[in-house]
Design a protein around this ligand. Structure first.
Ligand SMILES: Cc1cc2nc3c(=O)[nH]c(=O)nc-3n(C[C@H](O)[C@H](O)[C@H](O)COP(=O)(O)O)c2cc1C
Length: 214
Protein backbone atom coordinates (compact mmCIF):
# COMPACT_ATOMS: atom_id res chain seq x y z
CA UNK A 1 0.00 0.00 0.00
CA UNK A 2 1.11 3.55 -0.79
CA UNK A 3 2.07 5.00 2.60
CA UNK A 4 2.25 8.65 1.50
CA UNK A 5 -0.73 10.27 3.19
CA UNK A 6 0.11 13.86 2.31
CA UNK A 7 -3.25 15.43 1.44
CA UNK A 8 -1.98 16.86 -1.86
CA UNK A 9 -0.62 13.45 -2.87
CA UNK A 10 -3.93 11.81 -1.90
CA UNK A 11 -5.94 14.34 -3.97
CA UNK A 12 -3.73 13.91 -7.03
CA UNK A 13 -3.76 10.11 -6.98
CA UNK A 14 -7.43 9.50 -6.17
CA UNK A 15 -8.61 8.12 -9.47
CA UNK A 16 -11.79 6.04 -9.76
CA UNK A 17 -10.88 2.49 -8.72
CA UNK A 18 -13.54 0.32 -10.36
CA UNK A 19 -11.83 -3.06 -10.40
CA UNK A 20 -12.17 -4.32 -6.85
CA UNK A 21 -11.18 -7.48 -5.00
CA UNK A 22 -14.01 -9.41 -3.34
CA UNK A 23 -12.09 -9.37 0.00
CA UNK A 24 -14.27 -8.08 2.85
CA UNK A 25 -13.84 -4.50 4.05
CA UNK A 26 -13.88 -4.19 7.87
CA UNK A 27 -16.92 -2.36 9.22
CA UNK A 28 -14.81 -0.21 11.57
CA UNK A 29 -12.88 1.23 8.60
CA UNK A 30 -16.13 2.15 6.82
CA UNK A 31 -17.41 3.78 10.01
CA UNK A 32 -14.15 5.69 10.50
CA UNK A 33 -14.35 7.02 6.92
CA UNK A 34 -18.01 8.06 7.28
CA UNK A 35 -17.29 9.74 10.61
CA UNK A 36 -14.44 11.80 9.14
CA UNK A 37 -16.37 12.51 5.93
CA UNK A 38 -19.28 13.88 7.95
CA UNK A 39 -17.08 16.78 9.00
CA UNK A 40 -17.52 18.30 5.56
CA UNK A 41 -19.10 21.74 5.21
CA UNK A 42 -22.88 21.76 4.81
CA UNK A 43 -25.60 24.40 4.93
CA UNK A 44 -26.19 25.74 8.46
CA UNK A 45 -24.72 22.52 9.85
CA UNK A 46 -28.00 20.72 9.12
CA UNK A 47 -26.03 17.68 7.89
CA UNK A 48 -28.76 16.71 5.41
CA UNK A 49 -27.21 13.36 4.47
CA UNK A 50 -27.83 9.74 5.37
CA UNK A 51 -25.74 6.71 4.45
CA UNK A 52 -26.88 3.19 3.61
CA UNK A 53 -24.04 0.66 3.76
CA UNK A 54 -25.15 -2.34 1.70
CA UNK A 55 -23.25 -5.63 1.82
CA UNK A 56 -26.07 -8.07 1.10
CA UNK A 57 -26.46 -9.74 -2.27
CA UNK A 58 -30.14 -8.80 -2.69
CA UNK A 59 -29.47 -5.07 -2.90
CA UNK A 60 -26.20 -5.45 -4.82
CA UNK A 61 -27.93 -7.64 -7.43
CA UNK A 62 -30.97 -5.35 -7.62
CA UNK A 63 -28.76 -2.31 -8.13
CA UNK A 64 -26.20 -4.07 -10.35
CA UNK A 65 -28.75 -5.34 -12.89
CA UNK A 66 -30.25 -1.89 -13.38
CA UNK A 67 -26.91 -0.08 -13.33
CA UNK A 68 -25.43 -2.41 -15.94
CA UNK A 69 -28.48 -2.09 -18.20
CA UNK A 70 -28.26 1.72 -18.08
CA UNK A 71 -24.50 1.72 -18.71
CA UNK A 72 -25.06 -0.47 -21.78
CA UNK A 73 -27.93 1.72 -23.00
CA UNK A 74 -25.83 4.86 -22.68
CA UNK A 75 -22.31 3.72 -23.61
CA UNK A 76 -22.42 0.44 -25.59
CA UNK A 77 -22.28 2.37 -28.88
CA UNK A 78 -19.04 4.14 -27.95
CA UNK A 79 -17.04 1.33 -26.37
CA UNK A 80 -13.62 1.62 -28.04
CA UNK A 81 -12.08 -1.40 -29.84
CA UNK A 82 -10.05 -3.79 -27.69
CA UNK A 83 -6.74 -2.66 -29.26
CA UNK A 84 -7.36 0.98 -28.30
CA UNK A 85 -5.18 1.49 -25.22
CA UNK A 86 -5.81 5.20 -24.81
CA UNK A 87 -6.71 6.59 -21.39
CA UNK A 88 -10.25 7.29 -22.57
CA UNK A 89 -10.66 3.72 -23.88
CA UNK A 90 -9.37 2.21 -20.64
CA UNK A 91 -11.66 4.50 -18.65
CA UNK A 92 -14.76 3.49 -20.62
CA UNK A 93 -13.86 -0.22 -20.41
CA UNK A 94 -13.32 0.01 -16.64
CA UNK A 95 -16.64 1.86 -16.21
CA UNK A 96 -18.48 -0.80 -18.25
CA UNK A 97 -16.74 -3.62 -16.35
CA UNK A 98 -17.89 -2.15 -13.03
CA UNK A 99 -21.48 -2.55 -14.22
CA UNK A 100 -20.92 -6.30 -14.61
CA UNK A 101 -19.24 -6.69 -11.21
CA UNK A 102 -21.45 -4.68 -8.86
CA UNK A 103 -22.82 -7.87 -7.19
CA UNK A 104 -19.21 -8.84 -6.30
CA UNK A 105 -18.15 -5.55 -4.67
CA UNK A 106 -17.82 -5.85 -0.89
CA UNK A 107 -19.62 -2.60 -0.04
CA UNK A 108 -22.14 -0.53 -1.93
CA UNK A 109 -22.54 2.84 -0.23
CA UNK A 110 -25.66 4.89 -0.95
CA UNK A 111 -25.32 8.56 -0.02
CA UNK A 112 -28.75 10.14 0.42
CA UNK A 113 -29.57 13.83 0.68
CA UNK A 114 -32.55 15.56 2.25
CA UNK A 115 -34.76 17.23 -0.34
CA UNK A 116 -34.86 21.00 -0.28
CA UNK A 117 -35.60 23.61 -2.93
CA UNK A 118 -32.71 25.92 -3.74
CA UNK A 119 -33.63 29.37 -2.46
CA UNK A 120 -33.48 30.79 -5.99
CA UNK A 121 -36.53 28.73 -7.07
CA UNK A 122 -39.63 30.87 -6.29
CA UNK A 123 -42.22 29.17 -4.07
CA UNK A 124 -44.90 29.33 -6.81
CA UNK A 125 -42.62 27.42 -9.21
CA UNK A 126 -41.93 24.50 -6.87
CA UNK A 127 -43.58 21.53 -8.54
CA UNK A 128 -43.17 17.92 -7.45
CA UNK A 129 -40.41 16.72 -5.17
CA UNK A 130 -37.48 19.02 -4.39
CA UNK A 131 -34.03 17.77 -5.43
CA UNK A 132 -31.72 16.49 -2.70
CA UNK A 133 -29.42 19.22 -1.33
CA UNK A 134 -26.50 18.46 -3.64
CA UNK A 135 -24.38 21.37 -2.39
CA UNK A 136 -24.54 20.11 1.18
CA UNK A 137 -23.87 16.48 0.28
CA UNK A 138 -21.12 16.55 -2.35
CA UNK A 139 -18.39 17.85 0.01
CA UNK A 140 -19.13 14.79 2.14
CA UNK A 141 -19.06 12.54 -0.94
CA UNK A 142 -15.63 13.88 -1.88
CA UNK A 143 -14.43 13.32 1.70
CA UNK A 144 -15.61 9.70 1.49
CA UNK A 145 -13.61 9.18 -1.72
CA UNK A 146 -10.53 10.77 -0.17
CA UNK A 147 -10.99 8.76 3.04
CA UNK A 148 -11.19 5.52 1.04
CA UNK A 149 -8.04 6.49 -0.85
CA UNK A 150 -6.20 7.24 2.41
CA UNK A 151 -7.19 3.82 3.79
CA UNK A 152 -6.02 2.04 0.64
CA UNK A 153 -9.59 1.30 -0.44
CA UNK A 154 -10.73 1.62 -4.03
CA UNK A 155 -13.89 3.64 -4.62
CA UNK A 156 -15.60 5.43 -7.48
CA UNK A 157 -18.28 8.06 -7.72
CA UNK A 158 -21.36 6.92 -9.63
CA UNK A 159 -24.64 8.69 -10.38
CA UNK A 160 -26.16 6.40 -13.01
CA UNK A 161 -28.80 5.41 -10.41
CA UNK A 162 -30.63 8.60 -11.46
CA UNK A 163 -32.02 6.58 -14.38
CA UNK A 164 -33.85 4.20 -11.99
CA UNK A 165 -33.92 6.22 -8.78
CA UNK A 166 -37.64 5.81 -8.04
CA UNK A 167 -37.54 2.01 -7.87
CA UNK A 168 -34.23 2.09 -5.99
CA UNK A 169 -35.77 4.41 -3.39
CA UNK A 170 -38.66 1.98 -2.98
CA UNK A 171 -36.27 -0.98 -2.70
CA UNK A 172 -34.17 0.74 -0.01
CA UNK A 173 -37.27 2.06 1.85
CA UNK A 174 -35.96 5.63 1.63
CA UNK A 175 -38.59 8.19 2.76
CA UNK A 176 -39.97 10.70 0.27
CA UNK A 177 -38.06 13.49 2.04
CA UNK A 178 -34.72 12.11 0.78
CA UNK A 179 -33.17 11.42 -2.61
CA UNK A 180 -30.03 9.49 -3.59
CA UNK A 181 -27.07 11.69 -4.47
CA UNK A 182 -24.32 9.16 -5.18
CA UNK A 183 -23.64 5.44 -5.07
CA UNK A 184 -20.07 4.46 -4.21
CA UNK A 185 -18.82 0.87 -4.70
CA UNK A 186 -15.97 0.26 -2.22
CA UNK A 187 -13.39 -2.53 -1.91
CA UNK A 188 -9.68 -3.23 -1.97
CA UNK A 189 -8.40 -2.32 -5.43
CA UNK A 190 -7.06 -4.79 -7.98
CA UNK A 191 -4.85 -2.10 -9.53
CA UNK A 192 -2.73 0.72 -8.18
CA UNK A 193 -3.69 4.25 -7.30
CA UNK A 194 -2.12 6.52 -9.84
CA UNK A 195 -1.78 10.03 -11.08
CA UNK A 196 -5.02 11.64 -12.23
CA UNK A 197 -4.77 13.60 -15.47
CA UNK A 198 -6.49 16.97 -15.53
CA UNK A 199 -6.08 20.20 -17.49
CA UNK A 200 -3.75 22.49 -15.48
CA UNK A 201 -5.70 24.79 -13.17
CA UNK A 202 -3.72 27.71 -14.60
CA UNK A 203 -5.63 27.25 -17.88
CA UNK A 204 -9.00 27.75 -16.18
CA UNK A 205 -8.04 30.37 -13.59
CA UNK A 206 -8.61 34.09 -14.09
CA UNK A 207 -7.59 36.98 -11.90
CA UNK A 208 -9.98 39.74 -10.87
CA UNK A 209 -12.22 39.28 -13.97
CA UNK A 210 -13.24 36.49 -16.32
CA UNK A 211 -10.68 36.04 -19.09
CA UNK A 212 -7.85 37.84 -17.31
CA UNK A 213 -4.94 35.38 -17.05
CA UNK A 214 -2.18 37.70 -15.89
C1 LIG B 1 -21.10 13.83 -11.10
C2 LIG B 1 -20.28 12.61 -11.52
C3 LIG B 1 -20.95 11.45 -11.87
C4 LIG B 1 -20.23 10.31 -12.25
N1 LIG B 1 -20.92 9.17 -12.54
C5 LIG B 1 -20.23 8.05 -12.85
C6 LIG B 1 -20.92 6.83 -13.08
O1 LIG B 1 -22.16 6.74 -13.00
N2 LIG B 1 -20.18 5.73 -13.36
C7 LIG B 1 -18.82 5.77 -13.43
O2 LIG B 1 -18.21 4.73 -13.68
N3 LIG B 1 -18.13 6.92 -13.21
C8 LIG B 1 -18.81 8.06 -12.92
N4 LIG B 1 -18.12 9.22 -12.66
C9 LIG B 1 -16.64 9.21 -12.71
C10 LIG B 1 -16.11 9.84 -13.98
O3 LIG B 1 -16.57 9.11 -15.07
C11 LIG B 1 -14.58 9.84 -13.93
O4 LIG B 1 -14.14 10.67 -12.91
C12 LIG B 1 -14.05 10.33 -15.30
O5 LIG B 1 -14.23 9.30 -16.19
C13 LIG B 1 -12.62 10.74 -15.25
O6 LIG B 1 -11.83 9.63 -14.97
P1 LIG B 1 -10.48 9.84 -14.14
O7 LIG B 1 -10.93 10.46 -12.83
O8 LIG B 1 -9.88 8.49 -13.99
O9 LIG B 1 -9.63 10.79 -14.95
C14 LIG B 1 -18.81 10.35 -12.28
C15 LIG B 1 -18.15 11.52 -11.91
C16 LIG B 1 -18.87 12.64 -11.52
C17 LIG B 1 -18.12 13.89 -11.11
Amino acid sequence: MDENLDVFHIMKTMRPMRRLKPDPVPQDIIEEILDAASHAPNSLNTQPYRFIVARGSTTKTFFGERYDAEMLRRFAAIVPPADDNSRFARNVRAAMALGKHIPDVPVLLFVCGERDWPGAVPANQRIGLAPPSYGSVFPCVQNILLGCRAKGLGASLTTMHQMFEAELITHLKIPETYGIVAVIPIGYPQGNFGPVTRRPAAEVTYFEQWGENV
